[in-house]
Design a protein around this ligand. Structure first.
Ligand code: SAH
Length: 407
């Protein structure tokens, strides 16, 4: 018989703090904690109980973080390689069911897969992992071993240069944890080739959360005849190349990053689509302003059938929301001025702090100012490999719309 495992330090919650945990939210803030029954080292496993000593679950403790406990499981179970492997199998089954044709996708979406503090992306046969909590970071060897057991990757790369690590007292670090991944990496999304820079690319390399939306926007572009497309905040050409492949007559890519545009050029060439694409480095705000400011007696030319707006998040926190909304309104107002009647505005917001309703309100305010009327063609969300758990609002961040410009 196995020896009984030693008791875990217990975190007791204040009255009234248990409900959100029962509903599925894994974060325990300091203010919710009544007391610890015994001292717990940072990163250690603890059990969490309500003020009447009813068990709520186990999770990782970190006194240095605002989020002092990140819950992992409602019962007391060992958190070892087998635990992680089981979670990864469930996560993988979800992707195989809902993204059956994808070869590159997010395998673990932190809270969306009930693993707060862990992100794992799969780029073909290479895995990229990010640990943003101390508890997860301390267990990297078990996590890597479980990933090898479940996914048998060629390599596991650590991309731990994310801002959130400093809130847990963790330094930046990068490197290959297992296997080898020399040379350039290229992956296929919806039949298009994209190069991936695992060391310096945005996110972990590509915007995998847009994978399904790329295909849907391509369908939309394909239904318009010989569309002239403007892809603002193009990065390496995700939307632009999908639009070009769908039959757009021309696609203009605009991004402030020369490196992103260089990658977009290589991606365009690799897919045989470069002849339809033009590339320009510049600030989208300035570019749109310059193209929409005309002397009073001149009429503005509306050159585009489709404008895609996929900016970075303009909000780091809730306090930044009013400024962000002004920024969103500005680019929508100007984009609408450049769209032909009957054309389509495709727009995304990846800020968790701006919800879909607020985002649409901003677009409508811009349409009013531009004296244009919109009809909604589509709503978008993050791809299913970035699952949303509604009782954990932080899991939802990407929203988007396509609108027809009716007049
Ligand atoms: N649509 C892209 C992702 C866009 S990410 C895709 O699907 O892959 C946001 C991009 O906006 C980044 O490439 C960044 O370089 C660029 N960017 C941020 N601020 C900008 C600005 N003011 N003007 C132009 N590009 C900007």
């Amino acid at each position: 018989m196995n020896a009984p495992s030693p008791p875990l330090p217990t975190v007791l919650l204040r009255p009234g703090e248990a409900d959100r945990v029962v509903a599925g939210h894994p974060w325990i803030y300091q203010a919710a904690i009544l007391r610890l029954t015994s001292p717990a080292p940072d990163g250690a496993l603890v059990q969490v109980k309500d003020h009447r000593q009813r068990m709520l679950g186990i999770g990782f403790y970190n006194s240095r973080s605002k989020i002092q406990v990140r819950l992992l499981h409602p019962e007391r179970v060992p958190v070892d390689q087998t635990f992680f492997a089981t979670r990864f199998q469930h996560a993988l089954a979800h992707r195989r069911r809902h993204l059956p044709d994808a070869t590159s996708f997010r395998v673990v979406h932190a809270e969306g897969d009930f693993l707060s503090g862990l992100i794992v992306d799969k780029y073909d046969d290479v895995l990229v992992m990010q640990t943003s909590s101390l508890g997860m970071d301390q267990r990297k060897p078990a996590i890597a071993a479980a990933l090898e057991a479940v996914l048998a990757p060629r390599a596991i790369v650590e991309r731990n240069d994310i801002a959130s690590r400093k809130f847990e007292g963790l330094p930046d670090t990068q490197g290959v944890l297992a296997g080898s991944c020399e040379g350039p990496l290229a992956v296929t999304l919806n039949g298009l080739r994209f190069e991936v820079d695992l060391t310096a690319g945005h996110k972990t390399g590509l915007y995998l959360d847009q994978q399904v939306n790329y295909a849907r926007v391509a369908e939309l572009v394909g239904r318009l005849e010989s569309a002239r497309v403007l892809d603002c905040f193009s990065f390496a050409g995700g939307f632009a190349l999908h639009a070009a492949k769908a039959g757009a007559a021309s696609v203009h890519l605009l991004d402030q990053s020369e490196e992103a545009l260089a990658a977009a050029r290589r991606n365009g060439a690799a897919n045989g689509l470069a002849d339809r694409c033009t590339f320009e480095a510049g600030n989208v705000f300035d570019w749109l302003k310059a193209r929409t400011t005309v002397p009073a007696h001149e009429k503005l030319i509306r050159p585009f059938d489709v404008v895609v707006l996929d900016p970075p998040s303009f909000t780091r926190n809730r306090a930044a929301v009013p400024d962000a909304l002004r920024g969103y309104k500005e680019i929508h107002l100007r984009a609408l001025k450049l769209l032909k009647t009957g054309g389509a505005l495709v727009t995304f917001c990846c800020s968790h702090h701006v919800d879909a309703g607020t985002f649409q309100d901003v677009i409508l305010a811009a349409a009013f100012d531009a004296r244009r009327v919109l009809r909604r063609l589509a709503t978008y969300t993050q791809s299913p490999d970035h699952p949303v758990v509604p009782s954990i609002p932080e899991t939802e961040y990407l929203k988007g719309y396509a609108f027809e410009v009716v007049r």
